[in-house]
Design a protein around this ligand. Structure first.
Ligand SMILES: [Fe+2]
Length: 148
């Protein structure tokens, strides 16, 4: 049975003014992440080859991990964990949770050949948007207020 889908399901993620942090590296990487996600969405709609889907999940995870590392380096440079421990912990925890969820989707796909595409895409879109608008913006405000 098909669940009813809202009109925005399956639509590409569009860059919003609220995503802009004013930190060049962060904004550039967020643009790439959104592009990667939109590519994944387009490919997943048509792609059936196991290897291609596996590669797509690997690429997505690899870029996300690279980006998280870059953000966490910014946190360290700004002494964020010492000055905003709760927010810093929550931020890193969100990165770890994202990675764990993608690994879980990939492990399931590797072992069973099954991938809940809608669940994956819904998770990716929601997570990225909320993460950027929420905790990434908090980090950006902190960095702007405490230049190194
Ligand atoms: Fe982040």
């Amino acid at each position: 049975m098909d669940l009813e889908r809202s009109p925005q399901d399956g639509a590409p993620i569009v860059w919003e003014a609220g995503f802009e942090t004013g930190i060049a590296d962060m904004d550039e990487q967020h643009h790439i992440l959104i592009d990667t996600l939109n590519e994944a969405q387009a490919k997943l709609r048509g792609e059936v080859r196991h290897e291609a889907i596996d590669q797509l999940l690997r690429d997505l995870l690899a870029y996300a991990l690279y980006h998280f590392e870059a953000e966490e380096a910014m946190m360290q440079a700004a002494d964020y964990a010492a000055r905003q421990p709760e927010t810093a912990d929550a931020h890193v925890a969100q990165h770890r949770e994202f990675a764990a969820r993608i690994v879980a989707f990939r492990d399931r796909f590797t072992s069973t050949g099954e991938l809940d595409r809608e669940a994956l895409l819904a998770f990716l879109g929601t997570w990225l948007r909320e993460h950027i608008l929420g905790i990434d913006q908090a980090l950006a405000r902190f960095i702007h207020a405490h230049p190194v």
